[in-house]
Design a protein around this ligand. Structure first.
Ligand SMILES: Nc1ncnc2c1ncn2[C@@H]1O[C@H](COP(=O)(O)OP(=O)(O)OP(=O)(O)O)[C@@H](O)[C@H]1O
Length: 554
């Protein structure tokens, strides 16, 4: 037998009553020397019964138990040897402690082994000191606290110099302070090279402590392996009524949210997870998948737009933005994706033009061997479109080394200032007698508030005659009318606050329909002029998108 294996069970059967119900039901397992093994599984799955077979309290009806490679014989000599080398610390110390004084209790076993009183005294004193029993060593055992009794019952076993210590739920009924103390003692046992087998229902403790988990189910081992392997097997956990440890659950959900990279080593404890979180740059836009080891980086930009069916405006807006990306990043191929399925369908039917969705573009990049994706939306705000686009892209997070997201146009305060500067540049000819009124789209998403904020910032930055309203939300046409009445311009100049000058700009803003902004402002008595120029046509806006890519290109 492999010398590393200290204990081996081969097809053990054991029944308490009739032969039809087996508490051990063909149990086989191997324990490596010096390991910390957590025995887990639902109540009644056979853990304690196995332990009792290990020190001869029970004898398997069939099968063989090997200790240090030798089959265990359950005769008197065999049992004496077994009990001196494999010690059990029972769950309830009252089932174990029977001597009146602490000293008598600890020395009982070793004296029984035939060790001289003098040598026994030396051993007992050592254990008393090692396990910090000195402060209560002169108390009668019955008056000790639960934690102190546990210390003495571990001392009982430790003094025999066992090769294996079995602990049955060592922390049961202990308060947190005593649990920590017992855990520290257990750590010292393993540091001393003793093989420790522990039955526990505490998944969090077992996950962090154990080298190996033995998962019992109906009298045999259902699964064994490293804590990470066992606890990530959801089917096996469900079958044995176990929950995943909190640290794993938390790690999983932080990966799902894209906050941590799934490629990180699975954290062994909360401290490691805390470190991962501390290392996250809260402004991070990076999501990672496969390991970069030995992988050649091939980066690409994915420009994601809502889309437009108007070719004239597309050329000077979306196409122009993508062209400036190519110019700014000549080393990266630029891919296109649109988020409006309706427009994609329309172009396919009308012009037989195929525009990829985000998912299709991600697939294409995968097959082109792209390893790192810089996704740059041309969306104006961080609204629903942007959220959904990110979700779609992140479906592929495990297929790329990294996926990074540049911000939509209006994200930070600095963006607002730069957008205003770009507008001021574009409309430097606007006089005080004119009101420049922008039409934004508007949304029910909370990000809509940026429109009103920008309108406020126009004024704050010295442009009292710049106004921003939305077609679908606040600020509405009604608010604009009130504000213009207060400003009293001679002429209203309308312009879209959208990347393209498409349907909304052409119809809702500049159309002849009585409901259009053009008609409504006319009805209010203003001279009205419409400038059909999408934001994508402004050089300053295109530059801002490039800045946003640069910010996430690491
Ligand atoms: N003294 C006994 N007499 C009869 N049946 C018993 C006895 N002890 C245990 N059993 C039965 O043997 C089976 C295995 O019990 P065992 O105590 O070994 O399980 P366990 O995994 O240690 O459970 P727990 O997590 O509750 O400690 C159960 O069906 C139990 O009812």
């Amino acid at each position: 037998m492999n010398n590393d294996i200290i204990l081996k069970a081969e097809n053990l059967f054991f029944s308490y009553d009739d032969e039809n119900s087996h508490s051990l039901n063909g149990l086989s397992l191997e324990i490596k020397r010096g390991q910390k093994v957590a025995f887990m599984g639902s109540n009644g799955s056979g853990k304690s019964t196995f332990f009792l077979c290990c020190n001869g309290i029970h004898r398997p009806s069939s099968g063989t138990l090997y200790f240090n490679g030798e089959p265990v014989t359950y005769d008197k000599k065999g049992l004496l040897k077994l009990r001196s080398k494999i010690g059990i610390v029972f769950q309830d110390p009252d089932n174990q402690l029977f001597s009146a004084s602490v000293y008598q209790e600890i020395s009982f076993g070793i004296l029984n082994l035939g060790v001289s009183e003098e040598d026994a005294k030396k051993e007992v004193e050592e254990v008393i000191e090692h396990l910090e029993i000195t402060p209560f060593r002169h108390k009668p055992t019955h008056s000790l606290s639960g934690g102190q009794k546990k210390q003495v019952s571990i001392a009982d076993i430790l003094v025999m110099h066992p090769d294996i210590i079995i602990l049955d739920e060592p922390a049961a009924a202990l308060d947190p302070k005593h649990t920590t103390m017992v855990n520290q003692i257990v750590n010292r046992l393993t540091e001393a090279g003793i093989t420790v087998l522990m039955a526990t229902h505490d998944v969090n403790y077992a996950y962090e402590w154990a080298d190996e988990i033995m998962l019992f189910h109906q009298g045999k081992v259902l699964m064994h392996g490293t804590p990470a392997d066992v606890f990530s097997n959801k089917a096996v956990l469900a079958q044995t009524n176990l929950e995943a440890p909190a640290v794993l659950e938390l790690f999983d959900s932080l990966c799902m949210k894209g906050i941590l990279k799934p490629a990180l080593p699975v954290p062994k404890n909360l401290q490691t997870l805390e470190k991962y979180i501390a290392d996250v740059n809260i402004n991070t836009t990076h999501y990672g998948g496969i390991s970069p080891v030995n992988m050649k980086t091939k980066k690409a930009i994915l420009a994601v737009s809502f889309g437009t069916s108007h070719d004239d405006t597309r050329k000077v807006t979306i196409d122009a933005i993508e062209d400036s990306m190519r110019q700014a990043f000549p080393e990266y191929p630029v891919y296109r994706a649109w988020t409006s399925k309706m427009i994609i369908r329309k172009l396919k039917n009308r012009d037989n033009l195929i525009i990829p969705t985000v998912k299709e573009a991600m697939e294409q990049m995968m097959s082109d061997g792209i390893t790192d994706v810089l996704v740059q939306p041309t969306h104006v705000i961080n609204g629903i479109e942007n959220d959904l686009m990110k979700e779609d892209a992140l479906t592929y997070r495990d297929s790329f080394h990294s996926i990074s997201f540049g911000d939509p146009l209006l994200t930070t305060e600095d963006d607002s200032h730069k957008v205003i500067a770009a507008i001021a540049d574009e409309f430097s000819h606007i006089t005080e007698e004119q009101a420049l009124v922008f039409m934004g789209h508007g949304t029910t998403h909370f990000a809509n508030s940026i429109y009103a904020a920008l309108d406020y910032t126009f004024k704050d930055k010295g442009y009292p005659n710049f106004f921003l309203g939305t077609v679908e939300a606040y600020p509405s046409m009604e608010s604009l009318k009130k504000m213009l009445k207060a400003y009293q311009p001679k002429e209203v100049v309308l312009a879209p606050f959208m990347i393209v000058a498409g349907d909304h700009a052409k119809n809702d803003m500049a159309g002849d329909d009585p409901e259009s902004w053009y008609s409504q402002f006319k009805d209010e008595g203003y001279e009205v002029k419409a400038v059909l120029k999408g934001l994508g046509e402004y050089e300053g806006i295109r530059r801002l998108f490039i800045d946003h890519i640069r910010a996430v290109d690491r």
